[in-house]
Design a protein. Sequence first.
Length: 262
Amino acid sequence: MSLLDARRVRRGPIAGINPVAKLGAAFLISAPLILTIDWVSAATALALESVLFVFAGLTWREFWLRTSPVWIAAPITAVTIALYGTTTGQIYVDWFVLRISDGSLELALATFFRVLAIGLPAVVLFVTVDPTDLADGLSQIVRLPSRFVLGALAGMRLIGLLTDDWRALSLARRARGVADAGRVRRLFGMAFALLVLSIRRASKLATAMEARGFGGHGVRTWARESRFGGREWMLLAVGAAISAVAITVSVVTGSWTFILGR
């Protein structure tokens, strides 16, 4: 994504909210849906979440591209549950290990909506999250250990280099004439070489960070202050409201099914 696209995406009302609030909102939305296996609560939550998607600042093209894995996983999971899920009620297909019944179809429908209701907000809310902003928020607001957070941030920043290293290894092997045969063996050889490069780079990075005082145990200062204000609390309230409405509708309609009592 280009810098111009990044600026355009960040114009959304939700894009500039502290990543800690986005993490909390995603948790508040998904936690109640994990406790029940009914389709009513998940469908209700998904309908309410669509409002968040509008204000996320994403174009329709980017929305579909970013969330495509969720849209692919949801029907695949539903079909699997329909074929191998709990058998109750009328049985429509009974062949070998496949058994489609009223219970499996109802569970498949609930699973389909649950995957969408849990996965879509998690993806949409974190599309515009900057890793550095998230690390600042986790350390300054959530008070997680700074050494752990900064180490994870450094690791995330280096993920993009793996692609460059893999390409460089491939070109180097091709230049030596060892990339045209034995593809399986070459794959394992390149993977091992990439692992060695990653360990060496991680060791150098750890030494450099220690030399710059990142491993200190005292009270540290931060280049950027992570703020948590009214917009963040409002997003958390919206996430809690979505869960409350979904649970209420499920209980009122008699569809609530606690996962441990299934």
